[in-house]
Design a protein around this ligand. Structure first.
Ligand SMILES: [Zn+2]
Length: 470
């Protein structure tokens, strides 16, 4: 193996210098690199990705998993994939406990009543029909909450106001994530009757950020909601002056065994169709906005990239499989896909998910051992003119929906998008189409299309590269 790739590195240099496909088309060995490079250039002016997310967010809107809106989105996606020339288009069903938002409000009660901007966390239980009224115990860091003694929060509403750090790579979200995921159970262990957190976001609007929680088994389940950031700061100031009482009302419901689907479309390989390059995004969204950047944009990117490849006169050797996952926000679709495709991990050459907004890709992380390979060098030369670098560090993960595949041994890739302002609108009512810059979206399509094409058209073997690097 590698013969084609070795020549490919040389070819890329030629292609970059020539900056035109016609000059190098005559050399068959150059064709992979030239094609990948020209795909990237074409993506920069291809309206397909933006059209995809504009249509989805306009004609369907929000599509919370387990709702009728999500069902409509599944039909929309199947139609869209078929119309774009994908083969084997189908929806793979699974069931899960769907969480449906109800009424939600929080009010400061007492001599100076005020309304607070809150939204329930996905998975939260409801309060009593009349709400919960209690004094708050406010912690400025999550660690302060974890340091509180058992019983010290008896009968109180725990409030954590730790700030989330703005960072291009989204690392601030990862660091703060346990505050939302595990905070409710940690507060309940210490006696709290409800839980509020400062939204995991980097904006200063009065729009709270929702997101899923994970209750711990054996711990009382308490209602939990996110405060808009200005409201969390308001509570900090009030709490510094004396006791604060809040009335919290949340009325979400759960629908057991609700249906969802992972929508699949393929571009069949013309030589080794059993070898699959799996790329995805997630079709479900939160219910507050229209899921434009999370994850309409991610789906649009992989759709746009694969569609460009589908339009080539000659198909790549391997199959490209696009999976639009059906319950990422509720953490069910990745496991459902892996379960339905047990034993197939060995056929998947590499997997990646675009689920980090609509901005440009600035860095590519390949599976371990691949950055220094012929494949890595070839890809680096193609994506550098597009404004992306090959990161020498390997991808640690490829997205929530492919984590189970990764555990089963599938190599993963991570195309890092600029996330500096992603968490200004993430999981809020403000996640809408106007936040997407089509030119940045197209750049992401360009980098993805180059990667997907090279992985599908070459004989790169990421498992061997990883083994050799050990
Ligand atoms: Zn997402």
């Amino acid at each position: 193996m590698g013969g084609i790739l070795r020549i490919l590195v040389v070819a890329i240099v030629l292609a970059a210098c020539a900056n035109a496909t016609s000059a190098t088309d005559a050399l068959p060995a150059n064709s992979l690199a030239v094609t990948a490079s020209s795909l990237g250039q074409r993506a920069l002016s291809d309206p397909a990705a933006f059209d995809f997310v504009a249509s989805l967010t306009t004609e369907i809107g929000q599509r919370l998993a387990g709702t009728e809106a999500h069902r409509r989105a599944v039909a929309w996606a199947e139609t869209r994939l078929k119309a774009a020339g994908f083969e084997n288009v189908h929806a793979e069903p699974f069931t899960f406990p769907a969480w449906i938002r109800g009424a939600e409000s929080a009010d400061i009660v007492g001599p100076a009543p005020q309304q607070l901007a809150v939204t329930a966390l996905g998975g939260s239980v409801a309060t009593d029909a009349g709400g919960i009224e209690a004094e708050i115990a406010l912690f400025r860091t999550y660690d302060d909450l974890l340091s509180a003694a058992p019983g010290s929060l008896n009968g109180k509403i725990a409030v954590v106001t730790q700030r989330m750090v703005r960072a291009q790579d989204g690392s601030g979200y990862g660091a703060a994530n346990p505050i939302r995921r595990h905070g409710p159970s940690e507060a309940a262990k210490r006696g709290a009757v409800a839980y509020l957190l400062r939204s995991l976001g980097t904006d200063h609007h009065r729009l709270p950020h929702t997101g899923a929680l994970n209750y711990e088994d054996g711990v009382p389940r308490i209602p939990a909601a996110a405060l808009a950031i200005p409201d969390a700061e308001q509570l900090e100031r009030l709490a510094a002056k004396g006791p604060v009482r809040i009335r919290l009302l949340l009325t979400p419901t759960v629908r057991e065994n609700a249906p969802s689907w992972n929508v699949v479309g393929e571009i069949k390989g013309n030589e080794r169709p059993d070898q699959v390059v799996l790329i995805g995004g997630h079709l479900d969204s939160w219910d507050l906005g229209t899921g434009a950047t999370d994850d309409g944009a991610g789906m649009a990117i992989v759709f746009g990239a694969a569609r460009l490849i589908a339009g080539l006169p000659r198909r790549p050797a391997r199959t490209i499989r696009v999976v639009l996952f059906g319950a990422e926000e509720m953490n069910f679709s990745g496991a459902a896909y892996a379960q339905a495709h047990q034993g197939e991990a060995g056929k998947i050459v590499v997997a990646g998910e675009a689920d980090f907004g609509a901005r440009n890709v600035y860095s590519v992380q390949l599976p371990a051992g691949a950055a220094g390979s012929d494949f890595g060098r070839a890809l680096d030369r193609i994506v550098a003119p597009l404004g992306a670098n090959l990161d020498r560090r390997p991808a640690l993960g490829g997205g929530d929906d492919i984590r189970e595949l990764q555990k089963a041994g599938v190599p993963v890739v991570s195309l890092r998008q600029d996330g500096l302002d992603y968490f200004d609108t993430h999981h809020t009512a403000d996640d809408t189409l106007d936040k997407i810059d089509p030119r940045q979206l197209d750049q992401a399509v360009a980098v993805w299309s180059a990667f997907i094409y090279l992985a599908a058209a070459s004989d790169v073997d990421f498992r061997s590269l990883a083994a050799a690097a050990k």
